[in-house]
Write a protein that binds this ligand. Structure first.
Ligand SMILES: *Cc1c(COP(=O)(O)O)cnc(C)c1O
Length: 441
């Protein structure tokens, strides 16, 4: 088990998160429960920013990709740390604004931003719109012309670098719904089109080569392609883009199949990117570029633990034993969606020896609702408290009310304190927007 500094068993073998015992969290907030360790989130953000300061003379920044975990409290944390953010919908923009986050520090991504979303973003002074599609150039320019503003934009390019990861979460192949291909010339066409628009100011170029990437060579290669492209823009148009945004996708530790990562290892991705850009600047005669990165998973992933209570146990003798929990695919869709894997413990018996191999099954009416297919655990019984690790990214943010289960609350912990970041849904919340069509009444 890869215990983290602020998430360790105490001497009795009980998991303590941010100074709060798992059993105390259950007693106060119930299960299923998302627990977010604020110390971890802050430590990663600070370390990432320090890395840009130390390896790139502070000429750049870190944008938290908030699709990985979006709620008011996380934007409050990002504001307190002077972070940039990524947003991908008007809903995320609204959430950020509701927490007092200044979205002039936000990048707005998306392969099909709605006209209403672009208008909303521009009205609220969005920092950078990341253009993802050729039609978006005219749509956004027109919106900005009407409002008499000049909008900073980046373009999302596709450097054609394949990061080795699960194919469903690869986005940088030529066959992708995201961005402009550099290789086939689409990206240059888009650049020239943007430079011709009065109400758009070209700020930078983006790429995002995938998710859960461990191979830093993928980033080196992408930097090489991107810096060549920036030089080509300069040669063909005389325009010097200011910023290179290398996206996110830094891999995190889910199970023992993944490297055990320290904070330094995480920062290494950024260091490698910074070094590669500096190298390119020196060897290719490139102008100085501002460096942005957009990590999501690596900031919040390992900060999250989901607590569940064990209910029924289904022992199919000689075949499989299912430990059924009170959560499932409605709070964590990743195993069903990506065959994602997780580690877990019985939170009050962290030191107990594993005695059997079991599956941890969710409560939804789908055979695919399995959170962990195969895990060695001490013998679990009804009422035991299960902690599943590294659920902070794409857990709560992908939650649904499938089977009309309530989306579990999110509790943040820090220094022995614990409080709601997202309160529990009530039955009333679940039916809040239901209506009966007049012709059925
Ligand atoms: C999803 C996404 C990210 C964040 O990816 P992580 O794997 O969570 O780090 C960053 N940039 C863009 C454009 C994305 O789509």
């Amino acid at each position: 088990m890869n215990y983290r500094k602020s998430m360790m068993p105490n001497k009795d073998g009980e998991l303590v998160i941010g100074g709060v015992k798992a059993s105390d969290l259950r007693a106060k907030f119930g299960t299923p429960l998302y627990v977010m360790d604020v110390e971890f989130i802050k430590a990663v953000c600070r370390a990432f920013k320090d890395t840009i300061n130390n390896s790139y003379e502070g000429f750049g920044g870190v944008a938290f990709a908030s699709k990985s975990f979006s709620c008011k409290a996380i934007y409050t944390i990002m504001k307190s740390l002077d972070m940039n953010i990524d947003v991908v919908s008007a809903g995320e923009i609204y959430t950020a604004l509701s927490s007092g986050f200044d979205i002039s520090k936000a990048y707005f991504h998306g392969n099909n931003k709605l006209i209403s979303e672009l208008e909303y973003a521009v009205d609220n002074n969005i920092g950078v719109v990341v253009i993802d599609n050729i039609e978006e150039i005219d749509i956004l320019n027109e919106i900005c012309a009407k409002k008499r503003v000049v909008q900073k934009v980046n373009i999302r390019t596709n450097p054609g670098v394949e990061a080795h990861t699960h194919s469903y979460i690869q986005t940088a192949k030529i066959d992708s719904k995201f961005g402009f291909s550099i290789e086939n010339g689409d990206a240059m066409v888009a650049i020239k089109s943007i430079l011709n628009r009065k109400n758009l100011h070209l700020n930078g170029v983006n790429c995002h080569i995938g998710s859960q990437i461990f191979d830093s060579n993928a980033f080196r290669l992408a930097v090489d392609v991107m810096t060549d492209f920036i030089l080509e823009i300069d040669r063909e148009t005389g325009y010097k883009v200011e910023e290179l945004n290398m996206g996110g996708g830094f891999g995190v530790h889910y199970t023992e199949n993944d490297p055990k990562f320290t904070l330094d290892d995480y920062c290494n991705y950024i260091k490698i990117i910074a070094m590669a850009i500096k190298d390119a600047t020196a060897t290719k005669g490139l102008h100085r570029l501002k460096l942005m990165v957009e990590p999501g998973r690596s900031i919040v992933g390992e900060a999250g633990v989901t607590l569940y209570s064990v209910g029924n146990i289904r022992d199919i003798k000689g075949i499989k034993k299912y430990i059924c929990i009170d959560g499932g695919m409605f709070d964590n869709i990743r195993p069903a969606l990506y065959q994602a894997e997780y580690e877990a413990v019985i939170a009050t018996k962290c030191f107990a020896k594993a005695e059997e191999t079991v599956a941890i099954a969710g409560k939804c009416c789908e055979s695919g609702d399995i959170i962990i297919d195969k895990i060695d655990l001490p013998v679990a019984k009804r009422g035991d408290l299960i902690a599943v690790f590294t659920t902070g990214a794409y857990g709560y943010s992908m939650a649904s009310n499938y089977n009309r289960n309530a989306i579990p609350p999110v509790v943040m912990v820090e220094d022995g304190k614990a409080d709601y970041a997202v309160k529990p849904q009530t039955f009333e919340d679940i039916v809040r927007n239901d209506d009966i069509p007049y012709f059925l009444k």
